[in-house]
Write a protein that binds this ligand. Sequence first.
Ligand code: DGI
Ligand code: FE
Ligand code: FE
Ligand code: FE
Length: 187
Amino acid sequence: MSVEHFQEKVQQTLPQERYHHTLGVMKTAVTLAKQNGVDETKAELAALLHDYAKPFSRQTLTEVLKRQEPHETFSEYGGVLLHAPAGAYIVRDEFGVDDEEIFQAIYWHTTGRPEMSLFEKIIFLADYIEPGRSFSGIEEVRKLTEIDLDAALLATYRNTIQHLVRGGKMVHPMTLAAYNDAIKQKN
Ligand code: DGI
Ligand code: FE
Ligand code: FE
Ligand code: FE
């Protein structure tokens, strides 16, 4: 279960730009793992696999997820959310990466969730701040990640929700729950 073992398959599956993003997430995840006393190799592997299902069709992702969770709600909130939970199952079942922390980190990497583990936070934030990203507010999140992961998480949720609302998009209840939890943790 090593990074080298899966890297070629991931590179072949992802469009070049998405693979480049993935390499950035891997590098950032290793740095954050080191800084926070988390297993670096495992963080690198989760990062490598986190967007594996991104190019899969909406129909395929919905089918995969519905088979595992007939009552899932992700598909009601826009197709972009599906690659995270469906990807967690695909990575587990196609690659045989049977690790609960990696599963959860991939599953929640788009919406976030209340009370994420340290490992999940690292993958979530690495995805947001990897060097190839450039949205407004990202520099603040990069700085906060150096000093306080929970503050960085809150800033990320705030940015994401603001971005979605401005764009007239729906916000998944788990994204809102994650935001509320982050506020609660602060107080
Ligand atoms: O796959 P990536 O682009 O690397 O990043 P990601 O998996 O974190 O996906 C980010 C996208 O997901 C971004 O366009 C915002 C969107 N998103 C995050 N939370 C929600 C959401 N979209 C909807 N509709 N609802 C959400 O709650
Ligand atoms: Fe993603
Ligand atoms: Fe993300
Ligand atoms: Fe990503």
